[in-house]
Design a protein around this ligand. Sequence first.
Ligand code: GLU
Length: 367
Amino acid sequence: YHAPAGHAAGPNPQAARGRCQRLSGADHSENPLPRIPWMRGNFKLRTGPGSGLHRERRNEVYMEALLEELLEQCRPYTRQGKVATYIPELAKANLDDLGIYVLRSDGQHFHAGDWNKPFAIQSVIKPILLLLALMDNGEEYVRSRVGVEATGKPFDAINVTDQTLLSDHLNPMVNMGAIAICGLIHGASYEEKFQRLLELTRKLAGNPDIQLDQDVYLSEKHTGYKNRALAFLLKTYGMLEDDVEEVLDFYFKACSISVTSQDLAVIGSVLSSHGTLPDSEERVFDREYGNYVNAILMTCGMYDGSGAFAVNVGVPAKSGVGGGIMAVVPTRMGIGIFSPGLDEKGNSLAGIQLLERLSNRLYLSIF
Ligand code: GLU
């Protein structure tokens, strides 16, 4: 999955900072609409009072103000959460960080706060792992190995019932199922499999600079005892063919990829369009895979908080213990959020507050 040439000019922190400054200036009347290089270029802009351009401008100013307002409302919640400590490197995160990035299907993008701060993707890699497994093996095979039932259990649950483990006990969005999915990725070596996952992540995010965070990776590798237990259980029940340590090393690396809220918003927007990139309409994965992944995000993406999230926010989403949330509003937008303080279920506490308010104001719920 090589990023197309056009993506080399895709979202890079420098360009993004410039855009941020333009956006934060009070007077927008002279500047053309700020556009990101990878947005669709099919707008028909008319100028003059009452024209589409004026409506678009009003809408843009509204969105910028809305994000700032909601961010300030949610700031007090950042300190009510706790950073993850079971991966020592994650404990170094700054509880005060809070950022949001929104990429709409019309190419308009909005952001506020620490939208450009890097953090570990953690479990938000799980939908990308699932996509790669689907692209490599097809839906039928993947589903026969890792089920789609919501577990209603915490992210690291040992979901063994009646002394047996079946594919229906696994879900790709919780650790045990995600580790089983790692065993389905194609590649001559685990090094090659990781490169393929990294390339797909870069392509979906339109950001060729996405890298592994070596410190988070080593920190998790040295302390991931529970995940080792889960992987050995998979091995015991014949659900993992490869060497356990090799699979885990790949899983730990996958969780340690460093991203920003902007990256998550762009990836979310590709899922919201069921597989096409925002700039080119190039199809990256089959439409059905988009349906498959979004459905699983809806029912299990926020772990044992997925039911409340469905009621209160109402869109497919995935959280990670690094503090990221990727939300997918089908056909409308991708949203990336970062705030490292977690609730007791391992979901970003202020992030959920922010999404609830945004969903209420923009009528995002798909229900
Ligand atoms: N790497 C984390 C773990 O396996 C992922 C958990 C999460 O982000 O929810 O524990």
